[in-house]
Design a protein around this ligand. Structure first.
Ligand code: F6P
Length: 324
């Protein structure tokens, strides 16, 4: 390998810049040339490439977002789109790639590798933490901390008015953020897609919590929960006369969870994985993701990353019940 390309793709996550910095500097210190590909697969198809040196990744370890920008590309899902991308990579002399993103990014990477023989190593970058093969993804810890800080703020106002708050957090169809910020934020109830939630059960639980003279009640709802998120549950509660006397609000934390300066833990994880990705390429690996499992870097075939479901910790779910 002489020349690597690096890109960020899919939903951005805090720590992607730290991972870019680490990838670029590790590659340069191994005498590799490095090209940044802007806007993920969109930029790969449109030949939106930029040469990277040590200075081009200065002063970014602490920033959210991604200096290379990100996108979700429809065209790359077609064979013709991938062929154009591969032609551009070849024309620019790029013989290997580091892909920073989530499962959609890795599905695309695997196809590019299979159809065009380009070596690719993935780094897990998504706030959702839903990738098999790593204990945590880059961005997850920051998003979790942002969610907890916002829950704390909402708790103050909920308490002042004795209100019931439904707080919706991100995570796509996984409940990692919800479960952990529910515990850390002292939520009375946590609803996640990994468990079956019935509206009657929720109503009963909330009424019993509120009748125990609580000052405020917080229900954390994962956006992927089958009952329609915070808004869906709010509507169902408002339609039920038993909730007439309950002062109820909902808040959707949304993209606040995607931004902000990465936590120490995300910066270190991202830096370690960037190094590991370049080393994996130099060792001849391809079609794998580098992850961190029990404090050690580990390679997992990309097809396992996107075809296996990472399980939540069911002991944590029990904890939410004990602590509420
Ligand atoms: O995958 C990251 C994520 O933030 C999910 O938690 C969320 O469902 C989705 O991306 C939102 O995507 P977009 O920014 O395209 O609305």
């Amino acid at each position: 390998i002489q020349h690597i390309g690096v890109y960020t793709s899919g939903g951005d996550a805090p720590g992607m810049n730290a991972c870019l910095r680490s990838t670029v500097r590790t590659a340069l210190s191994n005498d590799l040339e490095v090209t940044g590909i802007r806007r993920g697969y969109e930029g790969m198809i449109e030949d939106d490439f930029v040469e990277m040196d040590r200075r081009s990744v200065s002063n970014i370890v602490q920033t959210g977002g991604t200096i290379l920008k990100s996108a979700r590309s429809k065209e790359f899902r077609t064979e013709a789109g991938r062929a154009r991308a591969a032609e551009n990579l070849k024309a620019n002399g790029i013989d290997a790639l580091v892909a920073i993103g989530g499962d959609g990014t890795f599905r695309g990477a695997s196809k590019l590798q299979q159809e065009h023989g380009i070596s690719i190593v993935g780094c897990p970058g998504t706030i959702d933490n839903d990738l098999f093969g790593t204990d945590a993804t880059i961005g997850y810890d920051t998003a979790l901390n942002t969610a907890i800080q916002n829950i704390d703020r909402i708790r103050d106002t909920a308490d002042a008015h004795n209100r019931l708050f439904l707080i919706e957090v991100m995570g796509r169809d996984a409940g990692f953020i919800a479960l952990n910020c529910g515990i850390g934020g002292g939520a009375e109830l946590v609803l996640i897609p990994e468990t079956i939630t019935e509206m009657d059960m929720i109503k009963e639980r909330i009424l019993s919590l509120m009748s125990a003279q609580r000052r405020s009640t917080i229900v954390v709802v994962a956006e992927g929960d089958e009952l329609g998120g915070a808004r869906g549950i709010e509507q169902a509660l408002r339609e039920d006369p038993s909730f007439d006397d309950i002062d109820l609000r909902s808040a959707i934390l949304g993209h606040t969870q995607r931004g902000g300066s990465p936590t120490a833990s995300d910066r270190v994880l991202a830096s370690r994985l960037g190094v590991a990705a370049v080393e994996a390429l130099l060792d001849g690996h391809t079609d794998v993701m580098v992850g961190m499992v029990n404090g050690e870097t580990k390679l997992t075939p990309l097809r396992n990353v996107y075809s296996r479901k990472k399980s939540i910790d069911y002991d944590l779910l029990k904890l939410t019940q004990i602590l509420s």
